[in-house]
Write a protein that binds this ligand. Structure first.
Ligand SMILES: Cc1cc2nc3c(=O)[nH]c(=O)nc-3n(C[C@H](O)[C@H](O)[C@H](O)COP(=O)(O)O)c2cc1C
Length: 334
């Protein structure tokens, strides 16, 4: 990432386009990448892409908006590393609910080492569904991840007792979804070879059999080709991103917190896997709300743990090309 010179007080369209391109690496529910960017002079606008919303499992758009929040934080991180400070306005226009945020560059700034490290983590970060190693997550690592997340939103770390309740809720959520053929059909559209090009989950990132674990991961309805060893991720820690409300602006903030936590985790060699089925099912979402009584509304569960250094050869999920996702027409001379 290049450092902006102090003689320039407006970023070129290129810096903003690069930030939007970096945002394309963000995590998203079933790799739907449900966002669209519009480049305006000195500003990026982030829109929800409803054509890629999961209408069965995410009718309210909670997971879509969290995904867009992660993309927003990725763009912020890329701009900061390139030496630009920016101002974010979330949900700026009540008349345009799909306009989730504007990112306006306010001027050049000195890029920090932290910003550079986080930006370097953007293309490296990925979801690794294999069991984590037996090594306990160092408290200092968890603290750094929590500080990063809490700068953006709410993060609760489950106690071991709460993790067992979470496990029961996750089993229940999986059973509810397995009973609903519409969920299976929607999953099938976004997994394996059925997914549209550049989106969805290839079989290479899906476990070849369910991993031994305390809290079960999502049942994708099909076995993949990702070899799962015999390890049990008993050293995993579980956490919950939550917000003050169960409304879009709060979901967006949780997505930004997800990105901040995950990029920080990546720099520390910590694996993060979101577990959202337990939030998708209303009854288990209510269980989570009770578990964090008084704190707020549950948005997304995370599994964290020290990545197993012996597990290599992970396949990265594909991404859409930047061109159809970033509209630069407002920048072109007429
Ligand atoms: C809101 C949200 C919910 C997610 N839920 C799950 C989940 O339940 N299970 C899972 O294995 N991965 C989940 N993921 C991870 C995505 O599948 C992953 O980010 C996407 O496929 C892109 O892959 P990558 O993270 O390796 O770049 C979720 C991600 C987000 C942002």
């Amino acid at each position: 990432m290049s450092h902006a010179t102090t003689t320039v007080d407006r970023p070129s369209g290129e810096a903003l386009t690069s930030a939007a391109a970096a945002a394309g690496y963000a995590p998203s529910i079933l790799n739907t990448q449900p966002w669209r960017w519009r480049l305006e002079p000195g500003r990026l606008e982030l829109f929800a892409e409803r054509a890629r919303q999961l209408t069965v499992t995410d009718p309210q758009g909670r997971l879509l908006t969290i995904s867009c929040g992660a993309a927003l934080h990725h763009a912020r991180t890329a701009l900061a590393a390139a030496g630009w400070s920016a101002h974010v306005t979330r949900l700026p226009d009540a008349g345009q609910p799909d306009l989730l945020a504007t990112l306006t560059v306010t001027g050049p700034t000195a890029s920090t080492e932290v910003a550079t490290r986080l930006a370097q983590a953007i293309p490296v970060r990925h979801t690794d569904r294999r069991p984590v190693s037996d090594r306990p997550l160092p408290a200092a690592f968890m603290d750094s991840i929590a500080v990063a997340a809490r700068a953006e939103g709410g993060l609760h770390i489950f106690t071991p007792g709460q993790a067992l309740e979470l496990a029961v809720a996750a089993c229940r959520a999986a059973a509810v979804q397995a009973d609903d053929p519409r969920v299976g059909e929607e999953l099938a559209c976004w997994t394996g070879t059925a997914a549209p090009i550049g989106t969805g989950l290839p079989t290479g990132v899906l476990p070849d059999h369910p991993a031994q674990t305390t809290v079960p991961g999502r049942d994708f309805g099909q076995a993949g080709t990702l070899p799962i060893g015999s390890g049990h991720d008993q050293a995993a820690v579980y956490a919950l991103l939550f917000g003050d409300t169960d409304e879009p602006v709060s979901w967006l903030r949780s997505g930004e917190a997800l990105s901040a936590a995950w990029l920080t985790a990546t720099t520390l060699g910590v694996s993060v896997v979101p577990l959202s089925d337990v939030v998708e099912v209303i009854h288990t979402r209510q269980t989570l709300r009770r578990l964090i009584a008084g704190l707020g509304y549950p948005h997304l569960v995370l599994r964290l743990g020290v990545a197993d250094p012996e597990q290599t050869g992970y396949v990265h999920t594909p991404r859409l090309a930047t061109t159809p996702v970033v509209d630069t027409s407002a920048q072109r001379p007429v």
